[in-house]
Design a binder for this molecule. Structure first.
Ligand code: LAG
Ligand code: CA
Length: 484
């Protein structure tokens, strides 16, 4: 369950938060496939409660009302078409699976596909679920439960969301049927929402009943789905991420927290020389890594001081470090613009999501940020693909906030997070030649639109990164995007 089954040479996925299936299909063919992206985490595809009383917030999608594939992102036919087109473009689809709970209690009770719920009787006829399928006696998780009481964290309600009993054989089978339906449609794996709130033993039973990935979508025979479990473990709680790594991969929230701190100048970049398990992070192969996610970019979930698109120079620095560094399996965030932390995606007055528009410089409009279309970000995806599994070498730092390192003989990256310029002759480990920096610009025919770096026969090159430049990173590599 720890292999993402990317198409060969691909390494990185992006969370297209609240995107519609038709838009994702097009994005796979026109951008993500050609640019070397490996996969996409999509928003939950199963029917959710439509919460008009709160202006259709983004979080209504975390309140399932049935397992029918009908949401604001599209219907089952559009879903199937998306998965087919993305797999054909070499881009895998990973589903955000909400299997811990159903909805909370609201005055309105109609789902995005027309299903209803009878909250007072724990009734979800669209599945169907009834009273016996939920944990009993009814209780709600309190803050202090996280420090003492694993059974309450797993058997009581998370934010008042009706808590399914995954120990119940009927419930298990409904969940397995839902996930297998998605596997049959060609998805490559799952994010397990709120995994901390379910018993590892129950999850193991569910995972082991999942089908192999669909060979008609290009997966090798016998391939198991990639599973990354959302467990927020920053230490100090009774439930640990280590209870979940024997099952499958786990989201490593410490990763983005530490890199956000460092690139926010709360810690010197030089200390990153041994970033990884020495910092208390999970083993690399167990670790789904990211800077921000849909929760902590808006202060939900673990919250904290996390870098986002709103702090672009520091954010692009942290993302470049994530993608240049060999640790973990990286995931990028692709956001819609928000000011109100509860607001849903760009939508019209009927609640329909408005598609992103694409500007002439490849960036997005209509309220979509599309970080994955920022040159400094997609260029580092290509860098990571080129670096493959080569080791980090030739670490250099100035004793403070200027660092540089190589990835084998395939890539070189430098960072300047000081208030003064970086001007050094450094070992790049690359073959002699001329390279375009893929951060300040890109290769255009036989020219560079940004900086040009000349590597000598000894692998050394003069590197300059001004403190006041638009970006704090310089990156060159042996792929066709950089080598002249
Ligand atoms: C998650 N991971 O464990 C998701 O990443 C996170 O986005 C989900 O919370 C949560 N677990 C449940 O799947 C989000 C919002 C919550 C929201 C919840 C359900 O962060 O704020 O709760 O989705 O929509 C909302 C209200 C609560 C209310 C609850 C139940 O904010 O006040 O009690 O709905 O009606
Ligand atoms: Ca639970």
């Amino acid at each position: 369950y720890k292999n993402p089954h990317y198409a060969s040479g691909r390494t990185t996925m992006v969370h297209l938060f609240e995107w519609k299936w038709d838009d994702i299909a097009r994005e796979c063919e026109t951008f993500l496939g050609p640019r070397g992206y490996g996969g996409i985490q999509i928003s939950p595809p199963n029917e959710n409660l439509a919460i008009w009383s709160r202006q259709r917030p983004w979080w209504e999608r975390y309140q399932p009302i049935s397992y029918r594939l009908v949401t604001r992102s599209g219907n089952e036919q559009q879903f199937a078409n998306m998965v087919r087109k993305c797999n054909d473009a070499g881009v895998r689809i990973y589903v955000d699976a909400i299997i811990n709970h159903m909805t909370g209690t609201w005055n309105e009770n109609t789902g995005t596909g027309g299903s209803t719920a009878d909250f007072g009787n724990w009734g979800y006829p669209g599945v169907p679920y009834g009273r016996n399928d939920f944990n009993w006696p009814h209780c709600v998780i309190q803050g202090h439960d996280y420090g003492c009481c694993a059974d309450r964290v797993r058997n009581c309600e998370l934010s008042g969301l009706k808590d399914l009993n995954q120990g119940n054989e009927y419930v298990r089978q409904q969940i397995v049927n839902y996930m297998n339906h998605l596997i049959n449609l060609g998805v490559a794996g799952f994010r397990i929402d709120a995994a901390k709130h379910m018993w590892p033993g129950d999850l193991r039973v569910i995972y082991d009943r999942l089908h192999n990935l669909n060979t008609a979508h290009g997966f090798p025979s016998g391939a198991r789905p990639y599973i990354y479990q959302e467990v927020i473990d920053l230490g100090g709680e009774v439930i640990s991420r280590d209870e979940y790594t024997p099952l499958a991969a786990v989201t490593e929230f410490k990763f983005g927290m530490e890199l956000s701190r460092a690139f926010n100048r709360g810690n010197q970049l030089r200390w990153l020389h041994n970033f990884g398990p020495a910092w208390g992070l999970l083993a690399s192969g167990d670790s789904l890594t990211f800077i921000d996610n849909h929760d902590n970019q808006r202060g939900h979930g673990a919250g904290g001081n996390i870098l986002t698109y709103k702090n672009a120079k520091q954010y692009k620095g942290a993302i470049a470090f994530m993608l240049a560094h060999p640790y973990g399996w990286p995931q990028l965030m692709s956001s819609f613009d928000f000011h109100d932390t509860e607001a849903g995606p760009p939508m019209d007055s009927s609640g329909n999501i408005i598609s992103p528009s694409i500007n002439s410089d490849q960036s997005c409009g209509n309220g979509w940020i599309c970080e994955h279309r920022w040159r400094q970000i997609y260029s580092m995806v290509a860098f990571r693909n080129q670096a493959g599994n080569s080791a980090l070498s030739n670490w250099w730092d100035n004793g403070g906030n200027q660092i540089a390192f190589c990835r084998g003989n395939a890539g070189f990256v430098a960072f300047n997070n000081e208030y003064w310029d970086l001007n050094e002759t450094l070992q790049t480990c690359l073959p002699a030649g001329t390279y375009c920096d893929v951060i300040s610009g890109e290769k255009s025919g036989s020219n560079c639109t940004g900086k040009r770096v000349t590597v000598g026969g000894d692998g050394r090159a003069h590197i300059s990164l001004g403190a006041n430049e638009f970006d704090m990173v310089l990156a060159i590599h042996t792929g066709p995007e950089s080598r002249l």
